[in-house]
Design a binder for this molecule. Structure first.
Ligand SMILES: Cc1cc2nc3c(=O)[nH]c(=O)nc-3n(C[C@H](O)[C@H](O)[C@H](O)COP(=O)(O)OP(=O)(O)OC[C@H]3O[C@@H](n4cnc5c(N)ncnc54)[C@H](O)[C@@H]3O)c2cc1C
Ligand code: FES
Length: 299
């Protein structure tokens, strides 16, 4: 199967033409096709653009994000947890946080229409991962962008070596995509190790402890492995230490980072760290980039 993945986006300082419109601030209408409760306060929304041509043509790179807007409420960035290998629709995994997300939870149902612009940001350098092992490490909601990458790697399985996912959550009832991940592991499409900080009161056969401990459970050839990490700031602090301890080169570790964003296209400066715009040059960075711009990880 051949899949059209956009070239890694060039670094530019201004707005660019997006699939959702020549004006990068213009939104395209997308209809909510399905809403699924994942865990308390996190929902998976399936969308399809109302323009059938755009719906079929819309492609992106795992790790990119879109801006979702609701008229009269606001706009917010969300990662894409679906894969460009599965055409015709896209998904967003959304946690209730404030005004836009609260409105989505309380008012938006199947059949409703929202505004979308994107895809935005750089995404993961998936070409580099070909013929290499890929170790994904996720903490909490960090599983959302990594689920898009996981589907991509599985759909194009013979292009990649080992695909490993280590994913830590607070408790068993907070594990996103749990059934799906267990089924992926059973089928042998990927090696999946799950951990929770605390399992009391819930059936749980995975590890109990912090997600970094899962790294001790696997053998890796770091010379042919890329690590991709996504999670909250505290997760990065300990996970980066652990990966470096395991002798990963800093430019073989990729992180997906969240900053406050407004325009998403390198214009407003809200997401800037020095001369780096996380909306344009990120949200994916190497650990090497991150240690040279420390505020990228720790604000
Ligand atoms: C690249 C990127 C990808 C993202 N992907 C997802 C995703 O897949 N799923 C998801 O649920 N959320 C994601 N987010 C976070 C989401 O965009 C914010 O939570 C957003 O503020 C929600 O909008 P709101 O109007 O509901 O909340 P608001 O009313 O804007 O704010 C809610 C609270 O969150 C705080 N806040 C806002 N933005 C951030 C931020 N970037 N970091 C820390 N605190 C913040 C505000 O100060 C406020 O306290 C992503 C953010 C970025 C930058
Ligand atoms: S969000 Fe406006 S420059 Fe990045």
């Amino acid at each position: 199967m051949t899949t059209a993945i956009p070239e890694r986006l060039p670094v530019r300082s201004g707005p660019r033409r997006l699939p959702t419109g020549a004006n990068p601030y213009a939104t395209a209408a997308a209809r909510v096709m399905r809403v699924t409760d994942l865990v308390p306060d996190v929902r998976l929304f399936d969308f399809r653009f109302t323009d059938p041509a755009l719906a079929e043509a819309f492609s992106f790179r795992p790790g990119q994000f879109v801006m979702l807007s609701v008229l009269g409420v606001g706009e917010a960035p969300f990662s894409l947890p679906s894969s460009p290998t599965r055409r015709g629709y896209f998904q967003l995994g959304i946690r209730r946080a404030g005004s836009v997300t609260g409105y989505l939870f309380d008012n938006v149902r199947e059949g409703d229409v929202v505004g979308i612009r994107g895809p935005l940001g750089n995404g993961f350098p998936v070409e580099k991962f070909e013929k290499q092992d890929v170790l994904m490490v996720a903490g909490g909601l960090g599983m959302v962008p990594l689920r898009g990458l996981l589907h991509y790697l599985i759909d194009l399985r013979d292009r990649f070596g080992r695909v490993i996912l280590l994913y830590g959550s607070r408790s068993p009832e907070q594990v996103l995509f749990r059934e799906e991940l267990e089924s992926i592991a059973r089928r042998g499409d990927a090696e999946v190790l799950l951990s929770v900080d605390n399992a009391s009161g819930h059936p749980w056969s995975g590890r109990v402890g912090v997600v970094t401990q899962l790294l001790d459970d696997i053998q890796l050839d770091v010379s042919r492995t890329y690590a991709v990490a996504c999670g909250p700031p505290i997760f990065y602090k300990f996970m980066m230490e652990k990966l470096v301890e395991r002798h990963f080169a800093k430019d073989r570790i990729y992180l997906s980072l969240e900053r406050r964003m407004e325009c998403g296209v390198g214009k407003c400066g809200h997401c800037a760290v020095g001369y780096t715009f996380t909306c344009l040059h990120g949200p994916v960075f190497t650990f090497w980039d991150a240690i040279n711009l420390p505020e990228l990880i720790y604000e």
